[in-house]
Design a protein around this ligand. Structure first.
Ligand code: FAD
Length: 542
């Protein structure tokens, strides 16, 4: 028997561009972590989260000007749009994750990564309390405190169960890599159970009944993957399962039930209430996936209470992604939303300022200048330019006979705008928004010194001078919804909708190009190729 032990010095854990830190311990066993190597003149920047927003921020950030610390319970980035493909083995889990240290390796400067959860943001004292998610016995009480000058909150969102009873206990979620792997095992268990000899017809049927709650993109994509799995891969299975499942799926296919709300989930059935008639019905299931939108993480709810942002789902920020009511704290991605109320107030102020003689009207030229100004500052208004409500605004430029007006009524504009306001919901909780916000904020931090003396932003409304930076501007590049059977639906910029096989190829190319590293790009493409060449061999039978 040969026993090989490898003992590394603690400093090796800090290799690869990471810095060493000194710690002081409080009487409660909570460590306060302080930088011991970096330039004390550097401002301390703490980043919470390594998802789409956090990673995109870190990837573009020049670390040399700040003392950067990153906190996240996972030390990797996961490409969430391909999570549904992991559930049925179309792509491997390892193909869509990349260690965060690899992603930022090319950056200038150093950072410290802490694999832990932030459990409290103490904005008044500019501190965050973190807790390691490693075995508590091996890391003391696992808690430590980080102090910051700037805090970037990119904590994402958590699943929203709407407090429905039984959901936490019995449903699968599709948010993390582990969720996708659990679903993958569960799918295959359902098929294996369905052929056990001691099951009757009804029980077999129940085992092959997959329920997806929530008809958003994630639910649809999972349904599409499951459909493909049944159509293409099941032939490799025990003949009894494959013929039974094939018949069932062909006969029943995917049934969509709308207009009902799930009221409870037990280990065997899901109970629903029809919205219009209030009728209650129950369906037995083999596996259930809960995919109904996003909820607020407790640490964010607690922070919102501290800064007076109650009754909200996400942290309200201004157009520069600064959290309202808290200095030097920025929020981006799914945990944040740009406050529209402030936008509407500011638009009103712009109009008031333009109406110099207080007449309640503007000339057409003045009106057009104001609209242009509004669109520069608030690009999201532009998203609704095509909406019928904003068309009412442009209609204001014409009289009832369709002739150009000389003057425009501001009240009429405000009325039209109030319709836009109700339509102008916050930006969608998507990877696209999160990644753009991360890149935008990194640019702001990289230009912080430069723009102090030479601000690049628009004129301030209520004070003199300009804003330091341009406000965040979201560019929508379209959205995909894979439908199964090598078909995809896409909503593309310019109001284009594209469907079918060619769109599936577009989907492949876009998702391959969006991978965060060459390693994941090669792995994802080879997973797809494997599926094409050896059709019916998703690696689901593990
Ligand atoms: P996340 O990416 O969720 O990152 C949050 C980060 O915070 C994670 O690193 C997490 O570990 C960390 N964290 C959590 N709690 C703590 C804590 N207490 N302390 C420290 N760190 C913490 N969007 C699209 O645009 N297109 C798509 O096709 C698409 N498909 C999707 C498919 C699925 C299955 C899912 C789940 C989402 C999909 N999305 C898609 C949405 C997209 O993934 C999210 O909008 C995006 O991940 C939001 O980025 P984020 O950085 O805000 O949050």
């Amino acid at each position: 028997l040969v026993l090989v032990t490898v003992r590394l010095s603690p400093s090796s854990a800090h290799s690869g561009g990471l810095v060493a830190y000194s710690e002081s311990q409080s009487k409660h066993g909570t460590h306060s972590v302080e930088s011991s190597q970096t330039d004390p003149k550097k401002k301390r920047l703490v980043v919470l989260g390594t998802g789409w927003a956090g990673t995109s921020f870190l990837k573009d950030m020049n670390m040399s000007s700040f003392d950067v610390q990153v906190v996240s319970p996972r030390n990797y980035f996961a490409f969430t749009p391909l999570l549904p493909s992991v559930t049925c083995g179309t792509v491997e889990a390892r193909s869509i994750v990349e260690p965060i240290r690899n992603i930022i390796k090319k950056n200038i400067g150093e950072l410290q990564f802490w694999e832990a959860e932030c459990v409290k943001i103490d904005a008044a004292n500019k501190k965050v309390l973190c807790r390691s998610n490693h075995d508590i016995n091996s890391v003391g009480n696992g808690e430590f405190i980080l102090e910051y000058d700037y805090l970037v909150v990119a904590l994402g969102a958590q699943v929203n169960t709407f407090n429905t009873s039984g959901v936490m206990e019995h449903c699968h979620f599709l948010k993390e890599i582990e969720d996708a792997q659990r679903i993958r095992r569960s799918v295959i268990d359902c098929f294996e159970r369905a052929v056990l000899p001691n099951l009757n017809e009804e029980e077999r049927r129940t085992n092959l009944h997959f329920v997806i709650v929530g008809g958003g993109p994630t639910g649809v994509e999972f349904a599409a993957e499951l459909h493909d799995f049944v159509q293409e891969d099941l032939v490799k299975f025990d003949e009894r399962i494959s013929s039974y499942a094939e018949q069932k799926f062909q006969r029943d296919g995917i049934e969509v039930q709308t207009g009902c709300r799930v009221v409870s989930v037990s280990d065997k059935v899901v109970t629903m209430k029809e919205k219009s008639k209030g009728e209650i019905s129950s369906i037995p299931y083999g596996m259930i996936v809960w995919s109904t939108g996003v909820g607020t993480r407790p640490v964010i709810s607690d922070f919102m209470k501290q800064i007076g942002q109650t009754d909200r789902r996400a942290l309200a920020t201004d157009e520069w992604l600064r959290v309202k009511g808290s200095d030097n704290v920025y929020a981006l991605g799914d945990c944040a939303t740009i406050s529209q109320r402030k936008v509407m107030e500011d638009i009103s102020t712009i109009f008031k300022a333009a109406d110099k003689d207080n007449s309640g009207t503007l000339t057409v030229k003045e009106f057009q200048d104001v609209i242009e100004d509004v669109l520069v500052r608030y690009p999201q208004v532009g998203l609704y330019l095509k909406s019928k409500h904003l068309r009412k605004v442009t209609d204001l430029l014409k009289d009832s006979e369709g002739n150009d007006r000389e003057e425009v009524d501001i009240e009429g504009f405000k009325l039209a705008l109030s319709h836009v306001d109700s339509q102008m919901k916050s930006l969608p909780a998507t990877a696209q928004v999160a990644a753009q916000q991360g890149a935008y904020l990194a640019r702001c931090f990289n230009r912080m010194e430069e723009c102090k003396d030479n601000p690049e932003g628009p004129l301030r409304f209520r004070a003199s001078g300009r804003h330091q930076f341009r406000p965040f501007r979201y560019k929508h590049f379209g959205q995909f919804a894979p439908l199964g059977g090598e078909q995809t639906a896409a909503e593309l910029p310019g109001d284009w909708v594209s469907l079918g096989h060619s769109t599936q190829w577009l989907w492949y190319s876009v998702y391959a190009s969006k991978q965060v590293s060459w390693r994941t790009r090669v792995l994802v493409v080879s997973d797809w190729t494997r599926r094409f060449i050896l059709e019916g061999t998703r690696v689901v039978f593990e």
